[in-house]
Design a protein around this ligand. Structure first.
Ligand SMILES: [Zn+2]
Length: 472
C-alpha cells in the first residue's frame, strides 16, 4: 500500500491498552485522513512506501489532546473575571452582554489558535453563535463537537438572583430549532459534528429538556450540558422541583450514555457515582472551577465506577487560559491536594483523560483518541529537545509522561495534524494568518470595552474597585 506520510524512527504514545501504550523504535503511517499502520519502524519502512516521510528521532508522537468543554465565543473577555465570588453576574455579565456576533467570532478564532498551539485537535465548543463556530473550526482545520446554547431565559426580563427564573418556552424552542437546522446542512466538513446543548437543568423547563433528549436520540447525537454547577443551579432546582439536580435527572430518565455532563461541582460522592453508573460522561474543568469557585469536582468518585471522563478548559474570562497541558497538571494536583495524597490522578491517567477517555466521553472512541489503524490521523508531535522535557530519560525508568504532565506547558508541541492534514507545522498555523487574527481580537476587544458602562461596573465589580484602590 502506498501511504501519504510515514513518521519513522520515533517514539509513540499510542494510548492503546490500559495505559499510555508507549512504543520505541516506532513508525506511524497515514493514508488519506486515517492512520494506516502503527508499529516497528524498520518493519514499516520495509513494507510500505510513502509520498512523504519525516524522521522522528527527537519527536514524541501522540494523539491530539481533547478539550471536552470550552466556550470560545467569550475568549475576548480573557482575564476579566477571577478572584471574585459572583463570577457570572458580577464578573462576566457586565462585559459579555456587550458581545455581538463579530466580537464572538474574533474570540473564537483567537481561542482555537491558542488551543492548537498547545496541542488540542478537538474542541467540544459550546456557544450561542453556531455559524461563527462552524466557520472558524472549518477554516483553521480543527475537529469540533459543537453545541448551541439552548435556554429558556429571556434576556429582556429581569433575572433576580435568588428568585425562580421565569421561563420563555418560545425562546428555548427557537434555540432548539436552530440547533436542529445545522444537522441538515450538507456543506459542513465531516470532522465537525454536533451535540444538543441545553445550558443547564435549571435553565430549561422539564418539558423542553425531555424534548431535547428525544431529538438527540432521533438524530443519534449526544447532549452537552452543565450539570450540578454552582449555588445558582442548586437553588433553582430546589425551588422548582424541590430536588437536587442529579437525583432529579435520574428520576426523569435523563441520565444516560448520551449525556456529557460538565462540572458537577455541587454533586456529592454518591451523586457522582450515580452519574457514572448511568453510563453518562463527565467533563471536569479544573482550572476554571478552581479559579471561579475554589472547588474540586468529585472526579475520583466518578472514576471509581467509569472511565468516560474528560477534561475541559471552559473559557478565558475566568480560567484564564485554554491549554490542556495546564488542565492535565491542575487536575492531577487539585485531586492530590483534595485527598492529601500523591496517589490520585497519576500522570498516565490524566493523559488518558485528555485523549482516549475524552474520546469515549464524547462517544468518539472508535474514531479518535488513540493511535490505531483505522482511526483518524489526529496527532501531535512533541519536540523532545525543549528544556522543560530535558533530560529525556528512557532507562531504567522513563520520565516522558510525568514530564509531559507536570513540566510541559504546551510550547513543546511542534506539529498538529487533524484528519491527515497539518494545521500547525513547526510552530506556524498552516491555514490562517495568526497575526491577522490576533490584531482582529485586539480591535474587537477595544470596540467592546468602549461599550461597557463604567458606572455600573463600579457598582457591580469588585475587580474594578480593587483596580481603583491601586491593588489590581
Ligand atoms: Zn461552560
Amino acid at each position: 500500500m502506498q501511504l501519504d506520510l510515514i513518521i519513522y524512527d520515533t517514539e509513540l504514545l499510542t494510548m492503546e491498552g490500559g495505559g499510555v501504550g508507549y512504543l520505541a523504535d516506532a513508525a506511524l503511517g497515514i493514508k488519506d485522513d486515517k492512520i494506516a499502520v502503527v508499529g516497528n519502524s524498520k518493519e514499516i519502512l520495509a513494507e510500505y512506501q510513502a509520498c512523504r516521510s519525516i524522521e522522528g528521532k527527537n519527536l514524541l508522537v501522540m494523539p491530539g489532546l481533547i478539550d471536552a468543554h470550552i466556550h470560545t465565543g467569550i475568549a475576548l473577555l480573557r482575564g476579566l473575571a477571577q478572584d471574585i465570588t459572583g463570577w457570572m453576574e458580577e464578573g462576566l455579565w457586565p462585559f459579555s452582554r456587550q458581545l455581538d456576533q463579530q466580537a464572538r467570532e474574533a474570540g473564537t478564532a483567537l481561542n482555537i489558535i491558542e488551543a492548537v498551539r498547545n496541542g488540542t485537535t478537538l474542541l467540544a465548543d459550546f456557544g450561542s453563535n453556531l455559524e461563527g463556530l462552524v466557520d472558524w473550526h472549518s477554516r483553521i482545520g480543527t475537529r469540533a463537537v459543537l453545541a448551541k446554547t439552548i435556554n429558556e431565559l429571556d434576556n429582556s426580563s429581569e433575572i433576580v438572583p435568588g428568585k425562580l427564573y421565569p421561563f420563555d418556552r418560545e425562546k428555548g424552542e427557537k434555540d432548539l430549532a436552530e440547533s436542529l437546522e445545522w444537522l441538515e446542512k450538507e456543506e459542513i466538513p465531516e470532522r465537525i459534528s454536533f451535540f444538543l446543548g441545553p445550558q443547564a437543568p435549571d435553565m430549561v423547563s422539564r418539558e423542553l429538556l425531555k424534548e431535547i433528549y428525544d431529538r438527540a436520540e432521533e438524530h443519534g447525537i449526544g447532549i452537552h450540558m452543565h450539570v450540578a454547577q454552582g449555588k445558582r443551579e442548586h437553588l433553582q432546582m430546589k425551588m422548582r422541583y424541590n430536588s437536587r439536580t442529579i437525583p432529579w435527572l435520574n428520576r426523569e430518565g435523563l441520565l444516560n450514555s448520551s449525556l456529557n455532563a460538565v462540572h458537577l461541582t455541587e454533586a456529592n460522592p454518591e451523586e457522582a457515582r450515580l452519574l457514572a453508573r448511568s453510563g453518562a460522561g463527565l467533563t471536569v474543568c479544573s482550572g476554571s472551577i478552581g479559579i471561579i469557585d475554589g472547588q474540586v469536582p468529585p472526579l475520583q468518585e466518578f472514576l471509581a465506577v467509569s472511565d468516560r471522563a474528560a477534561l475541559g478548559s471552559d473559557q478565558a474570562p475566568g480560567n484564564n487560559c485554554n491549554n490542556m497541558f495546564n488542565e492535565m497538571k491542575l487536575t492531577a494536583l487539585f485531586n492530590k491536594i483534595k485527598s492529601q495524597s500523591p496517589l490520585p490522578l497519576p500522570a498516565w491517567k490524566v493523559l488518558r483523560l485528555a485523549t482516549i477517555e475524552a474520546a469515549g466521553c464524547l462517544g468518539l472512541e472508535d474514531k479518535i483518541g488513540s493511535l490505531a489503524p483505522g482511526k483518524y490521523a489526529d496527532i501531535i508531535t512533541i519536540d523532545l529537545k525543549k528544556v522543560s522535557l530535558a533530560p529525556v530519560i528512557r532507562h531504567p525508568l522513563r520520565n516522558l509522561v510525568p514530564n509531559l504532565v507536570y513540566s510541559a506547558q504546551g510550547s513543546e508541541v511542534r506539529d498538529v495534524m487533524v484528519a491527515g492534514n497539518f494545521i500547525y507545522r513547526k510552530g506556524r498555523m498552516v491555514n490562517v494568518n495568526e497575526e491577522e487574527i490576533l490584531q482582529q481580537a485586539e480591535r474587537e476587544a477595544a470596540r467592546i470595552m468602549e461599550r461597557v458602562d463604567e458606572e455600573s461596573l463600579d457598582r457591580l465589580s469588585p475587580l474594578y474597585q480593587a483596580q481603583r484602590e491601586g491593588k489590581l
